[in-house]
Write a protein that binds this ligand. Structure first.
Ligand SMILES: [Zn+2]
Length: 272
């Protein structure tokens, strides 16, 4: 498999998930783009050097820059997926190189201080110090852009209701959460199952990322999309309950936008 570069969104997701701690040595790591800005503000003080040259860069910063390590190296069949990514300091990453998987140190170190203090590798300084907006400032912004896909159905209509949903931060290449064919209960119509799948999806997005969101929702239920947009009325009383639940959730979570997508598109994501 080709070694792909890891997107900025994926890198930040991994660093945040790991509390900006090297999972191999347990030491706090630093966000190198912030160091670069500091070096620009105060050149020659060793915050950053393009090639991490010894003597040009403070040893602490040089060795403890945050990098993403593949747990199973790509050269040994490791995948370019979030679960195969882990935060490693530059020093550990360099030492391990292309070590055999079995010879690698364990990546289970934690740092209680980092978790308690909310250490962020100085990443939150970046948007404050940056003189113009770029990809990093956008990703480090407090508002989280999320894509959510949902799909629900019932066996028999009415019958056993089930549904799927998947979401990720915008720009990520893999899904943060993917639920397939969760069962919702008996005597459900297709439309009730669509609403329930959307509700479960939104609830889980909020649980994962908080409610300061810019949420883009995609589903193949034209009825649901048009009802939530206010283009269709909700006449069915049972659907009305689910409609109220969904719209209340959405009103509590910043910006949102619903888009109707063809069935093939959700099929491609959920595999059914
Ligand atoms: Zn380390």
């Amino acid at each position: 498999m080709k070694r792909e570069s890891i997107t900025k969104a994926d890198q930040l997701h991994v660093f945040n998930r790991d509390h900006w701690t090297c999972k191999y040595c347990g030491v706090p790591v630093f966000f190198s783009p912030t160091l670069k800005l500091l070096e620009n503000l105060s050149p020659g003080h060793g915050y950053y050097h393009q090639h991490g040259k010894a003597g040009e860069m403070l040893r602490l910063f040089q060795m403890k820059i945050a990098t993403v390590d593949h747990i199973v190296p790509v050269t040994r069949g490791g995948l370019n997926e979030i679960d195969n990514y882990v935060t490693a300091c530059w020093e550990c990453n360099l030492t391990m190189g292309d070590t055999e998987v079995g010879d690698k140190p364990t990546h289970d170190k934690t740092n209680a201080d980092n978790e308690e203090t909310g250490w962020d590798g100085m990443s939150s300084l970046y948007p404050k110090l940056a003189t113009q907006k770029d990809d990093w400032t956008r990703h480090l912004n407090d508002t989280v852009s999320i894509e959510l896909y949902f799909d629900g159905g019932s066996l028999g209509n009415p019958g056993l209701g089930y549904g799927s949903y998947a979401f990720r931060k915008e720009g990520m290449t893999t899904w943060s959460v993917m639920k397939r064919r969760e069962e919702f209960g008996k005597d459900m119509t297709n439309n009730q199952a669509e609403y329930t799948a959307a509700i479960r999806g939104v609830q889980n997005v909020i649980k994962t990322f908080g409610s300061d969101l810019d949420l883009a929702i995609f589903g193949d239920s034209e009825l649901l999309v048009k009802q939530v947009k206010g283009e269709y009325r909700v006449k069915n009383p049972e659907l009305r309950i689910l409609y109220d639940e969904l719209t209340q959730l959405l009103q509590g979570c910043g910006e949102y936008k619903l888009t109707h997508v063809p069935r093939d598109q959700s099929k491609a994501i959920f595999g059914h």
